[in-house]
Design a protein around this ligand. Structure first.
Ligand SMILES: CC(C)(COP(=O)(O)OP(=O)(O)OC[C@H]1O[C@@H](n2cnc3c(N)ncnc32)[C@H](O)[C@@H]1OP(=O)(O)O)[C@@H](O)C(=O)NCCC(=O)NCCS
Length: 205
């Protein structure tokens, strides 16, 4: 794995992201805040961030305009920050997922499960992870996380990319969201989700 300081920051639209080596079980917030400090101004502050009722860190950036999200899987921590947006990120290590279809039947929509079932067996694990990351990134940006319900937003694959096609009303219209799938490192899949910031929305609704 390359050294953390050899990985440049990356940009995607209004989002800046990076990754850091991360040991399983290691507290992620301090590590994330070290990188986020220029925007949210809290590195060195040992007090943990307050969390909303669903566990989402409440980011009170210096200028009130920045939001951030982080995710850990395998050996990495993925961190994202954006200006005037709500942002969510999810990363997952690619590994065999024997229960992919079973989990899809339980948590995804019927159409998404059919899409997964139609994948070649060799491609299904990665397709499952792509879908999981896309859904979780939106739900983390929204602020309620998985408890909101993975079945309450639906993706379809168009021209090789997952596109948000339907949402529960609390999430706002699908077209207000941008979802970007990517591989931060070989062996990982990730998604970034963002939408124009809704002032005063704490994600508790
Ligand atoms: C919190 C949750 C989004 C984490 O998912 P995960 O894939 O295990 O973890 P990730 O590494 O992607 O993300 C973890 C980070 O998400 C953030 N997070 C926690 N709750 C969040 C929420 N409700 N919304 C957005 N982000 C949240 C935190 O920064 C957390 O990191 P930290 O606690 O180490 O600082 C998910 O477990 C969840 O929604 N839990 C709520 C309880 C729940 O729904 N349980 C039923 C599961 S079906």
């Amino acid at each position: 794995m390359s050294r953390p300081d050899s990985d440049p920051d990356h940009r995607r639209g209004p989002i800046r992201w990076t990754w850091r080596p991360h040991l399983r079980g290691e507290p992620a917030e301090r590590l994330a805040r070290d990188w986020l400090a220029p925007w949210i101004g809290m590195a060195g502050d040992e007090r943990p961030l307050p969390r909303n009722a669903h566990g989402r860190p409440v980011i009170a950036s210096r200028d009130g305009r920045h939001d951030a999200s982080w995710s850990h899987s395998g050996d990495i921590l993925l961190i994202a920050v954006g200006e005037d947006v709500d942002v969510g990120v999810d990363v997952e290590l690619l590994k065999p997922r024997k229960r992919a279809l079973e989990l899809a039947r339980r948590y995804f929509t019927a159409d998404e499960t059919a899409w997964l079932a139609a994948q070649a067996a060799t491609a299904r694990d990665e397709a499952f992870v792509r879908l999981w990351c896309a859904k979780e990134a939106v739900l983390k940006a929204h602020g309620r996380g998985l408890a909101f319900g993975l079945h309450r937003l639906a993706f379809v694959e168009r021209e090789g990319a997952l596109t948000l096609a339907a949402t529960a009303p609390q999430l706002g219209a699908p077209e207000t969201w941008t979802v970007h799938e990517f591989a931060p490192l070989p062996g990982y899949r990730a998604a970034l989700a963002w939408r124009a910031r809704r002032l005063g929305d704490t994600g508790d609704a």
